[in-house]
Design a protein around this ligand. Structure first.
Ligand SMILES: *Cc1c(COP(=O)(O)O)cnc(C)c1O
Length: 373
């Protein structure tokens, strides 16, 4: 039986058709009609005119931070419960990440801890240059409270919606709650270009500036003229073609992931000592199904049992303030993300999974829970 992965790419005839069309029409060189159309389609999804297709979500984060004015030596407040890319981008700018813990309701940045951190920073005369809020596992943070806080302190907000494409919060698209936002199309995300990302902004001026920085900061001249340092961060037209096919299928792929989550919930109903990630807003995109075990030993037993059956599952993100590489960084934490890391597990959630796959994973997990060590 083939290995069951956590979140494998879901691609087929449509992606192949779009990719080969771009190839056959000769759009191999970096820019082309699929790149422009992919950006326009993301704009249509977010309702924000600015969209720039980039080589990765990490590249989009880096340029987002530069664009809101992060400078070497600045502090940047960052969700601690995230993938390393979020914090790495802060380091690329020569800035210092300050890690903020999660709340229980969304698992994203706690508005209480953010308010405390901003209040303390203001009192010390050292406000951060930006706040980077992550929408984890396809679920938006508590923006009803976070956006007014950032406005009150006059600090720009960057929304890392790498995992939340297609999600909504109070009916509004993920990616559009901050001053700028970004998505990832890495191979394990809800849709993929094999690798890629998108920067989004409410104005085309900001997007044009990011597009310029992402293209080696080339001035409009016949010869190559440069007045600033730039980056080589653009997505290729071929990969944008794959992205356009994926974007057409995104609603169906997202619905399938939500369905898989419901199937796990049904299978686990009545089991003691296991609970699911709370869904604070029905606009969740279903990216990964995450469960939390009362007993970490049971979590480990389930993970090992699944691995023995060639099924991939993983603990939740290890918080950045616990990562050796960020051991010297400041943090404002209350134990929430550490508890989630110690107790939580992501289950296979890809939209390619069949009902039989999900039932097999759930069956093995339940058996492991019942035969707890
Ligand atoms: C995947 C991810 C990124 C980075 O995106 P890449 O496209 O892999 O560079 C950033 N932030 C979060 C929260 C992610 O999950």
């Amino acid at each position: 039986m083939a290995r069951i992965f956590l979140s494998p790419p879901d691609v087929g005839p449509l992606e192949r058709e779009y990719l080969l069309r771009a190839f056959d029409e000769g759009w191999i060189a970096p820019v082309g009609p699929d790149l422009d159309a992919f950006e326009a389609e993301i704009s249509a999804l977010t309702g924000w005119p600015g969209a720039v297709a980039l080589a990765s979500g990490t590249a989009a984060l880096h340029l987002a931070l530069l664009e809101v004015g992060v400078q070497p030596g600045d502090d940047v407040f960052v969700s601690t419960f995230t993938f390393a890319a979020t914090a790495n981008a802060v380091a690329y700018c020569g800035a210092n990440p300050v890690f903020i813990d999660s709340d229980d309701a969304t698992w994203n940045m706690s508005p209480e801890l953010l308010e405390q951190a901003l209040t303390d920073a203001a009192a010390a005369g050292r406000l951060p240059a930006a706040v980077v809020v992550v929408d984890l596992y396809g679920q938006c943070a508590d923006y009803d409270r976070i956006v007014p806080l950032c406005q009150r302190f006059g600090v720009p907000l960057v929304e890392d919606a790498a995992e939340a494409l297609g999600a909504t919060y109070r009916g509004r698209p993920a990616g559009t709650f901050g001053d700028v936002g970004l998505f990832s199309f890495n191979g394990n995300k809800i849709m993929t270009t094999s690798g890629g990302g998108m920067f989004v902004s409410p104005t085309t001026e900001t997007a044009d500036r990011v597009r310029y920085l992402a293209t080696q900061a080339r001035q409009p001249a016949v010869h190559y003229e440069h007045t600033e340092i730039g980056w080589n961060y653009r997505l290729s037209n071929l990969l944008a073609a794959i992205g356009r096919a994926q974007l057409e299928r995104l609603p169906a792929m997202s619905a399938r992931r939500v369905e898989i989550n419901a199937r796990y919930r049904d299978a686990f109903a009545g089991l003691e000592g296991v609970s699911f990630m709370p869904i604070a807003d029905p606009g969740w995109n279903g990216w990964l199904t995450c469960v939390v075990f009362d007993d970490p030993a049971v979590r480990d037993h389930v993970q090992k049992t699944l691995e023995t059956a060639d099924i991939e599952s993983r603990p939740l993100w290890k918080p950045m303030h616990l990562q050796p590489v960020f051991a010297d960084s400041a943090c404002v934490v209350d134990g929430t993300s550490q508890r989630l890391f110690d107790h939580g597990l992501c289950l296979p959630s890809g939209s390619v999974l069949t009902d039989a796959d999900v039932d097999r994973v759930a069956g093995l997990a339940i058996e492991a829970i019942r035969s707890r060590p």
